[in-house]
Design a protein around this ligand. Sequence first.
Ligand code: 4AD
Ligand code: MG
Length: 468
Amino acid sequence: MQNFSVKEARQESAIGVAATVSGWIRTRRDSKGGFSFLEVNDGSCLGNLQVVAPAELTNYESEVRHLTAGCSVRVVGQIVASGGAGQATELRAEAITIYGGADPETYPLQKKRHTLEKLREWAHLRPRTNAIGAVMRVRNRVCRSIHDFFQEDGFLYIQTPIITASDCEGAGEMFRVTTLDADKPARTPAGEVDFAQDFFGKRTHLTVSGQLEGEVYASALGKIYTFGPTFRAENSHTSRHLAEFWMVEPEAAFYELPDNIDLAQAFLKRIVGDVLRDCQEDLALFTERIDADLMPRLEKLVADDFVRLPYTEAITRLTDSGESFEYPVTWGSDLQAEHERFLTEKQFGAPVVLYDYPASIKPFYMYVNEPDTAGRLTVRAMDVLVPGVGEIIGGSQREHRLEVLERRMAEQSLDPAEYWWYTDLRRYGSVPHSGFGLGLERMVQYVTGMANIRDVIPFPRTPLSAEF
Ligand code: 4AD
Ligand code: MG
């Protein structure tokens, strides 16, 4: 007797095997011939396993005929060829054990399809639905590709800290880390008792990016990547922002901006290619329910080179487009979602890499270019924009010249004492280097077509929605 997942039991090669399969009932149908069909799912794949439960089972009348959606079972039987449509096999039950019931009066996931908004209220039960199950299998596949891609290319996986004193992005969107010390109540300037203490006397935050620490390791080990939870206390209520998300950040010594763009393109192609090959069943569900154009969009990303466009040219294209944008753009403005959408969806119908952004809208650490012919200052930033999602990657070549870095820090009123270790990297054996960050959830949105970022992470953290 072998333990099989539903996925394994659905393979034609399993026919003839005596197997035990465990899972949750999706539906039960009783036939007039004195037996029942049970659809069982265990999350291993989208498809259910059809279990044929004969009336001869000792608990057929007492239990099997009362099974409803959500009940958990263990079925022992023979895997046989199935005459049913959409399935190669079925399991002929010889014994069924019921682990747990699910009262149909109160179990929320009835046969009716719920909206994704409604399912967010049941964060603890929604993984049992087809849509969220499919998203999480694809998310898992994406994570595996991320590691495979970098590991095969010689990048070392480095864990950067979650508690940190530096604000990499300079946007001030940080969660402060404090300790509770009831013995030493501090007073706020208003005189209220505040039990929260700075972490060991130093002001620290949850990381907004592992980049600066990643640069430390790239400056010694060459090619590294970090992959971990990242926090932004931005009060955005959009379908693309979370307060807690996962970011993958490669950092490579001796890489200049074009190398960085090449890396980002190869990386995205690898992830999408792996998902296309290994997640066909789940992608078919997204195509049917969420986005009919999903497959051609993904296939195009793998097949074609990305468009590469300097920021200055993007601004010209936007202003020449004749579109009436809610936020008009001029040289120096940050691009809004509507502009990203115009470039990726209307203008090119493809992923677009924008680079060489105005220095004034980018953080201190980006490599400063020579002023352009109009005397304007740009930095070697790059954003990868994709149709449907917009910005999926943000990165840059880093400033490795000490004097320029110090000047930029002064311009942005950053205290050099706080960044002494970062400037040391430029003092001792400084090299050109580059890196970028990919938001995992935006990547999963892209490959599934899911419109809302809250539906591609197991437990979304957004303002007003951290249920548990
Ligand atoms: O563009 P960002 O802010 O870049 C950085 O943090 C760099 N330090 C990364 C680097 O160069 N190592 O963020 C990178 C990506 C974005 O393109 C987006 O995909 C994702 O992280 N991201 C978010 N995803 C979900 N919710 C948010 N609030 C996000 N903020 C950024
Ligand atoms: Mg960005």
